[in-house]
Design a protein around this ligand. Structure first.
Ligand SMILES: [Zn+2]
Length: 287
């Protein structure tokens, strides 16, 4: 008998943040370790702009094992969807989703769970013990309409996929069902999926030197904090050493365009420019 492989894709939302898990199952047993991925950047990082392919051969490096290659037609269709997201800067509705299902001719089986807290106690005088569990909410993709307009804060989608097309479709499906759209990170300037344009940073690590262990948002916060300290320090020193305070006031005027710029757009280039101003233009020797 031929052994059959299935792929289980789980996407969990907790505290408004997404995490993805992929697992290969062979003959009902786990065949590989879980592969963790971030659904908000996974598809975008796979996309190769230069060749206009979503993945083709690359996916084995991402998930750690080999699939039959994605068909060229499906690859192109995924790229089209991604570009539609990028171009239209909006989330997709059920009508779009149904259309994509027909186009791909897939009907990925999935179940939705939501998290609820239960309280148990075996002693009337004891404090109840709180435990949180995922309860099944809905099975099968046929009744997608039932949950499309509901915002279930903590939930988990579990997809059973047969091949790479279905895996990728499942990730897109989740993003569409939960009204994700594509935004551009204010720091690294790469694109990411978000359910609100209020989120301005992606979850990637910052490309800024010495801050590349931090996610974009935290990196910007730390860099700006360091610059503010340096700025205040320079100002204070100019105030102390220059009796007329001319240097301090001139410095204030000079620094303003830099602070304004990084406030609006803390890109790597703008931060570098500011850093250069603080540490090179106003190098230690000058003071
Ligand atoms: Zn970023």
């Amino acid at each position: 008998m031929m052994s059959k492989s299935e792929y289980i894709v789980e996407i969990t939302r907790e505290n408004n943040s997404l995490s993805g898990k992929m697992q290969k199952v062979k003959n009902g047993k786990n065949d590989t370790k879980d592969t963790i991925f971030d659904p908000t950047i996974f598809l975008i990082d796979l996309y190769k702009k230069d060749t206009n392919h979503l993945l083709a051969n690359d996916v084995k490096n991402v998930f750690g094992f080999k699939f039959d290659n994605l068909s060229a037609t499906h690859d192109l269709m995924f790229v089209d969807i991604l570009n539609k997201f990028i171009r239209e800067k909006r989330s997709f509705d059920l009508y779009d989703l149904e259309k994509f299902k027909v186009l791909f001719d897939v009907n990925v089986d999935y179940a939705v769970y939501y998290k609820i807290a239960t309280y148990t106690t075996d002693d009337l005088n004891a404090k109840p013990i709180k435990s949180e569990n995922y309860m099944p909410y809905l099975y099968h993709s046929d009744n997608a309409e039932d949950i499309f307009n509901q915002d279930i804060k903590c939930h988990k989608y579990k997809y059973i996929c047969n091949d790479i097309t279905e895996i990728l479709f499942a990730i897109f499906h989740y993003l569409m069902m939960n009204k994700y759209k594509v935004a551009t990170c204010r720091h690294c300037e790469k694109r990411f999926f978000t359910n609100s344009f209020k989120n301005m940073y992606c979850k990637r690590k910052s490309p800024y030197k010495k801050y590349d262990h931090l996610e974009c948002e935290q990196a910007v916060r730390n860099i700006c904090q360091k610059f503010k300290k340096r700025r205040d320090n320079l100002y204070g020193r100019y105030m102390t050493y220059d009796k007329d305070n001319d240097k301090a006031y001139a410095f204030s005027d000079e620094v303003k365009p830099f602070t304004d710029k990084v406030k609006i757009s803390p890109t790597v280039a703008n931060l570098k420019e500011y850093e250069n101003f603080l540490y090179v233009t106003h190098g230690k020797k000058e003071i």
